[in-house]
Structures are given as C-alpha cells and as structure tokens.
Design a protein around this ligand. Structure first.
Ligand SMILES: [Zn+2]
Length: 63
C-alpha cells in the first residue's frame, strides 16, 4: 500500500486510495491519491524502488 501525509488530518502514514504513481521533472517519483478516510488528495515522494513496489502492488502507473 501507498502511504503519505494528509494535510487535513495532520496525520502521517495515511493510506492512499487508488494511488497513481507519477514521475517528477527531476526524475523522482511521486504517489498521488486520496486519503481513504477523508477524501483529501495526498501526495508522497518516493524512491524508484518504492514506486516499482507500489505499482506491482496495484497502484496506477502514470508515466
Ligand atoms: Zn485525511
């Protein structure tokens, strides 16, 4: 699963629903999804290893 920081709940490690993995202009990776509980969009920076793992776990590849 993909987790990130929810600015609305001010909570770390929240689970993202329907995460999409994007690649940034600098070549990094970013997960974008919604906090499963409150529906706020949550973004999380991730390493290539974590991006690959998230995709193999079912996240949408968006690059
Ligand atoms: Zn939230």
């Amino acid at each position: 699963m993909v987790t990130g920081y929810c600015v609305k709940c001010k909570e770390k490690g929240v689970e993202l629903s329907a995460p999409e993995i994007h690649q940034t202009a600098k070549g990094g990776y970013m997960a974008k999804g919604k906090h499963a509980t409150c529906g706020t969009t949550v973004c999380a920076m991730m390493s290539k290893d974590n991006a690959d793992k998230a995709i193999s776990d079912g996240a949408t590849k968006s690059f």
